[in-house]
Design a protein around this ligand. Sequence first.
Ligand code: TXA
Ligand code: MG
Length: 326
Amino acid sequence: MSIISNCTASVIKDAAAALVKGDLVAFPTETVYGLGANATNKNAVGRIYAVKGRPNGHPLIVHISSLGNLDKWARDIPEYAVNLARAFWPGPMTLILPRTDLAKNFITGGQDNVGIRIPSHTVALALLKEFEDQGGLGVAAPSANRFGAVSPTSATAVEIELADYLSESDQILDGGSCAIGIESTIIDCTQSKPLILRPGAITKEMIEAALRISINVRISSTEGKQIKVSGLLESHYSPKAKVFLTGSPTKGDGLIALDSFNTPKGVIRLANPKNNEDYARLLYEAFRLADSKGVKRIFVIPPIGDGIAVAINDRLAKSASNYEHT
Ligand code: TXA
Ligand code: MG
């Protein structure tokens, strides 16, 4: 496995060729790093599951470079979904749409719909474009972490997560730290109205403003919950340390809170974001920092309000619920 930090045109060309050939390429997106495989190659996609330790039947998002390729993967696309795509792609949004025959069961987990995203990170877009120029149709990419663990927001974090599981010819493209820091908003577009399955940086308010309708967020959203992977899904987004959303830290504990909160004496400050966008960007790196420092308990003062705070609180609830379920 090689880590490549200067993503020149020739690096992108080689990485796209590696994908076409069936190797895995981890790449930066604006949300989190993805572990990419050629979405039409069953063996390559199978390796994603092996490297992540992910249960079979858990669907993958297909990444494409432009709207022109959407029809290859999705059919019967509702008008509101086209409007969402026009408003927010390239960007941190995944649309769940009825699938075409190209989206096989090994991508969709046997469901009749498929998740599609056009990311906005320049390295991701360049890689997808080059991959398509070389004959590829889409790149399946889950977050580049072991199953149940925290999504990586830097190439170093990908290396820590997956180096032991990747093969010699696999690659990690380093595109710096992710600007958004939490995974894309997932929107179910298979019904008459859109439904947010996983909140993210494209917020309910943004979607409502773009479509001029009111929409719902699935309560206690655990994306993919309708998919039968019993008992495992709640333990997402978890560091090794135990996460507390209430109570007060004491000496040796970690603390994540907005900058306006002081750090009690002896407590290890893991992040002090200035605002909620900053909070999202720094959260997973703060979890990793806790684990690297051997911190056993992380106390979090959750952000309040609408917008991206909803997505942050969704991830915080999941990371904290781990210990009620295992
Ligand atoms: O920001 C992101 O979305 C990142 C970057 C790499 O694009 N990807 C990501 O993928 O977070 P992953 O696999 O870690 O999480 C995607 C979630 C999964 O929980 C899966 O269940 C859900 O999306 N999902 C994918 N396809 C689906 C489908 N057809 N129906 C319902 N849920 C789906
Ligand atoms: Mg993930």
